[in-house]
Design a binder for this molecule. Sequence first.
Ligand code: PMP
Length: 317
Amino acid sequence: TKCSSDGDFSEGEMVPFGPIALNPSSGVLNYGQGLFEGLKAYRKTDGSILLFRPEENALRMRIGAERMCMPAPTIEQFVDAVKQTVLANKRWVPPTGKGSLYIRPLLMGSGAVLGLAPAPEYTFIIFVSPVGNYFKEGLAPINLIVEDKFHRATPGGTGNVKTIGNYASVLMAQKIAKEKGYSDVLYLDAVHKKYLEEVSSCNIFVVKGNVISTPAVKGTILPGITRKSIIDVALSKGFQVEERLVSVDELLEADEVFCTGTAVVVSPVGSITYQGKRVEYAGTKGVGVVSQQLYTSLTSLQMGQAEDCLGWTVQLN
Ligand code: PMP
């Protein structure tokens, strides 16, 4: 869908996947005026298709659009466009347990600008791709390295919105970590260089006894929808959840650490390396009982195998 800077995204069309024409002087190519979202459609055993909290992605895109000086689709327009795109591609939604259909909405300044300014025209696109389960054979722990030289976000920056530039800035840190054999990078805050923020594309939780702690959403981390959902699931299971400053030193004392995100769902952390020191979290076969319990609870909701008391899923057909 295309619209002018006053923002009307009511007209859209379904076109085959392929390259799009973009003005060389568009706002997105020159000044990074772009946002994206990520969500998944799962197939239930009866063949029908479920979305998980799509209105949360719509809302996050609207909040991000304000920060990036862009108009955005309404929540209704966003969710409707996601539904239509998934239904038009329903043959690509894998069978239950074999993965999901990843949905990627994009909002960008497609109009021409030369001097630094918001673009005069915007384009909203959704494309989809089937993806396998992140972990092929059950949960497998990931190994993280704490980064204290590169930062993902700074106070007053754009770390709390899903703008494309946030991801460009972490490519190098991620590349270095992968070359050293780590799965991903865990970032610290840029001011004190001591509090946990998040991983390149997921949020982080630290478990100690019955208490599950996670960095509070205070402007520099992305407010993950999986994060928000896992907090509610954990509370309903009787855990105490604390959203606060979590010091890197707490990693030494933790029973378990796990990450949450649309791609990784709930991913146990097997080890964390910080300043050359490696802390290991063993658990059963490297997967902590709390991580396993929360993973099972969330995925059974997302795949329609547990009763959706909270109305988190949207059935499409
Ligand atoms: N943090 C970052 C930086 C991310 O890119 C993502 C993925 N969107 C997340 C956290 C997790 O968010 P969600 O649970 O909404 O996928």
